[in-house]
Design a protein around this ligand. Structure first.
Ligand SMILES: [Zn+2]
Length: 331
């Protein structure tokens, strides 16, 4: 899939809106400084007049260009230090009047040296794939609603370890390449933790794709077996390989076939080569995994994923029973 012209223009418009916002914000801060420190404005206007003076000197007949320039540099640096001292002396941070950016890497232009910035890729991914289900999911499942009330004993220890692993995964996402494998019985929080990670990373501007295994392989086979979709298949496979975080939820609930097994290996393998992180959640134990897919899938996961086992009662059922109970009481 590729962006339409209109989608691309909309993204660029969004960037220009963000830049405008930051410029306005800078103007607001500058006016505040002028109001609190009247002499700051004078100090600022000293910069162009000092530069103009140097230009005059350079145009003079017996000017020493090197000397004039180095004197100018020196004076400008002095002025900068005096401005900084004024700001900090009045309780402002030294960089209070520096321009700020939502993305420090591309300065909210979407490009670095002609190459797409990660923030532009994240916007493209959000637009290209209907992530509305992910938006709904992250609204209901995130670290702020985390609760351990449903776990006890060993189940609780396991949940805490998995939670810690997810937290570390998110916090070290930009520096460490890591993959997570959540496995265990139904309704023990595996998808919940995956979606918590997705929410945090989307918020920090990363590109995230989330699929249930059934939907993922259905989409792949629909594209792969339709000759007319060749280009679309190629781009989809490329996005699956390149997105910063890929989540495959409920692995093992799709229909088993050699096509699925082959696709799963190529996704996992390609992402590993590119050091792109993946989270897999499943009811399958590592033993089941080997039986269902192939040795090579299994060995990639064992060697490259942090495995977290989750056990306990089915939380979805407990919540349902509770909700029904509450509804009955209000009747
Ligand atoms: Zn950027």
């Amino acid at each position: 899939m590729a962006l339409s012209r209109e989608q691309y223009d909309n993204i660029m418009l969004e960037y220009s809106r963000i830049r405008d916002e930051h410029r306005h914000e800078l103007t607001r801060r500058r006016n505040l400084v002028y109001a609190r420190i009247p002499e700051f404005r004078e100090l600022e206007s000293a910069v162009p007049s000092r530069a103009a003076q140097s230009l005059q000197e350079l145009l003079g007949e017996e000017s020493d260009a090197v000397n004039v320039r180095s004197k100018l540099q020196e004076d400008l640096e002095q002025l900068r230090l005096r401005r900084e001292a004024l700001l900090t002396g009045h309780g402002f941070p030294a960089d209070y009047l520096e321009m700020t950016y939502a993305c420090p890497h591309c300065h909210d232009t979407g490009y670095i040296d002609g190459q797409k910035c990660q923030c532009l890729r994240a916007r493209e991914v959000r637009l290209l794939y209907d992530q509305s289900h992910l938006r709904e999911l992250t609204a209901a499942n995130n670290f702020s609603v985390l609760s351990t009330e449903f776990y006890q004993g060993e189940d609780l220890d396991r949940f805490r370890r998995a939670w810690q692993a997810t937290w570390n995964f998110v916090n070290n996402f930009d520096s460490d390449y890591e993959n997570l494998y959540f496995y265990g019985t139904v309704g023990t929080g595996k998808s919940f933790l995956s979606i918590c990670a997705a929410k945090e990373l989307i918020q920090s501007g990363h590109s995230v794709l989330y699929f249930s295994a059934a939907a993922l392989f259905e989409k792949l086979s629909a594209l792969a077996f339709n000759y007319q979709n060749k280009e679309e298949y190629r781009t989809f496979a490329e996005d699956l390989a390149d997105v910063q975080l890929l989540i495959i939820d409920d692995l093992g609930t799709e229909l088993a076939s050699s096509f699925v097994s082959g696709q799963l290996f190529s996704i996992i393998n390609e992402r590993h080569l590119r050091r792109r992180s993946t989270i897999i959640s499943t009811n399958l134990s590592l033993e089941d995994l080997r039986n269902r897919y192939s040795d090579r899938v299994c060995s990639r996961i064992i060697s490259g994923y942090t495995a977290c086992k989750l056990t306990g009662p089915d939380i979805r059922i407990i919540k349902k029973v509770r909700n029904n109970g509450a509804n009955n009481k209000t009747k």
